[in-house]
Design a protein around this ligand. Structure first.
Ligand SMILES: [Zn+2]
Length: 109
């Protein structure tokens, strides 16, 4: 689903390149780009995991913010099995959230 921001990927590839090649010059080496992409993807899998199943949604604490399948709206979990957004201010139930969703943020527990 979520594609990496090209500008952020470029910055990460350059940071990787400085370590791999001991170079201060920016470059566009395929290997550095792939390394950066792999590292960022692995990082996001932990910090912003994808929720595929209903049970995964139910386990998220109140206050969690997700991006639904269509990636055009974020929802915040409020009390009970409800998620609200600017558009859906009355709230959606767990079963109405379009999965898979990406967890953007969750409160520390
Ligand atoms: Zn490189």
């Amino acid at each position: 689903m979520t594609t990496l921001d090209p500008r952020a990927l470029e910055a990460a590839a350059e940071a990787v390149g400085r370590h791999i090649h001991y170079s201060r010059q920016s470059h566009n080496c395929h290997r550095c780009r792939r390394t950066a992409e792999s590292a960022i993807t692995a990082y996001l899998a932990v910090t912003q995991p994808i929720v595929e199943e209903l049970e995964g949604l139910e386990e998220l604490p109140v206050g969690t913010i997700i991006l639904d399948r269509f990636e055009d709206e974020s929802y915040t979990r409020i009390v009970g099995p409800r998620w609200v957004s600017w558009v859906e201010q009355d709230g959606l139930r767990h079963t109405e959230v379009a999965l898979p969703a990406r967890v953007l943020w969750r409160p520390q527990s």
